[in-house]
Design a protein around this ligand. Structure first.
Ligand SMILES: N[C@@H](CCC(=O)N[C@@H](CS)C(=O)NCC(=O)O)C(=O)O
Length: 260
């Protein structure tokens, strides 16, 4: 299997987790998104929207991180997909929901960290040229709004709606055990780790601390698994952690005001 991925992208972290959890070997093709290495014609032939991750196996191209994790687990024997029908459908629902959760986490990252970084390193004209190069015009419009309005963007309100729903439903599921499907770690936990981890790294754990202590405990259980060090922590450059937390902390009062 060959995995095209990027160091700090949340969906790449999610894809790397399944390789670490199942002990599956892969050929790694690390793309630098800041240098536009995902925009080349060669990569866009595999992934027309120019996003990571993409998995290639025996000529099969698998896009969408939820499909990547399900596929790799299945090839490895399916040990992370619950067999019991209710738990299986609950897991599949989380895998589907991560499409919206990804967009929400992406909006929060753009509204804070990426907005600060891009405004510091590019002129307004360069930012517009970068946004215009985004293949999907809807994504470009969303990012333009987030770059202009930061946490005042309507996309932040939409993101908070999705994320509060995720946290509420995670806390309810965690009533039954330390993992989302009870006593066994599964693809549900794997699929959500990178998103909740990113929110914490953006200084946004206020969304659950106090209100949903089970989510905080769940995150520390996920972080204590060896897969977390391999798939997430080891790819985060020194110094990057502080930038995210500081950007999120600066934005938090305005976000809290939107929560009402
Ligand atoms: N729903 C897709 C989302 C993929 C996605 O948006 N990936 C981001 C990184 S997490 C990306 O490649 N962004 C680069 C860009 O949009 O220029 C998935 O889960 O695979």
């Amino acid at each position: 299997m060959k995995l095209y991925h990027a160091a700090t992208s949340v969906c790449s972290q999610k894809a790397r987790l399944v390789f670490a959890e199942t002990g599956t070997a892969c050929e790694s093709v690390l793309l630098d998104l800041t240098k536009g290495e995902h925009m080349t014609p060669q990569y866009r032939a595999l992934n027309p929207d120019a996003v990571v991750p993409t998995l290639v196996h025996d000529g099969l191209v698998v896009r969408e991180s939820s499909l990547v994790v399900e596929y790799v687990d299945r090839v490895a024997g399916g040990g992370l997909m619950p067999r019991e029908p209710l738990a299986e459908v609950a897991t599949r629902l989380w895998l589907v929901r991560t499409l919206a959760i990804h967009e929400a986490v992406n909006s929060m990252t753009f509204a804070t960290l990426i907005r600060e970084q891009e405004r510091a390193r590019r002129t307004p004209a360069e930012i517009e040229a970068w946004l215009a190069s985004t293949p999907n015009p809807q994504t470009a419009a969303k990012r333009r709004d987030l770059m202009e309005n930061g946490v005042e963007s309507v996309f932040v309100d939409g993101a908070l709606h999705v994320l509060l729903g995720m946290l509420r439903d995670m806390a309810a599921a965690l009533d039954a055990g330390i993992w989302l499907n009870g006593s066994a770690y599964s693809l549900s936990d794997l699929a959500l780790t990178a998103y909740v981890d990113r929110l914490d790294r953006l200084g946004m754990a206020h969304l659950w601390t106090g209100r949903y202590p089970a989510v905080a405990a769940w995150l520390s259980h996920c972080r204590s698994r060896p897969s977390y060090a391999t798939a997430i922590e080891s790819h985060i450059p020194a110094g990057a952690a502080d930038a995210g937390r500081l950007a999120g902390e600066r934005a938090w009062p305005a976000i809290a005001a939107r929560l009402g």
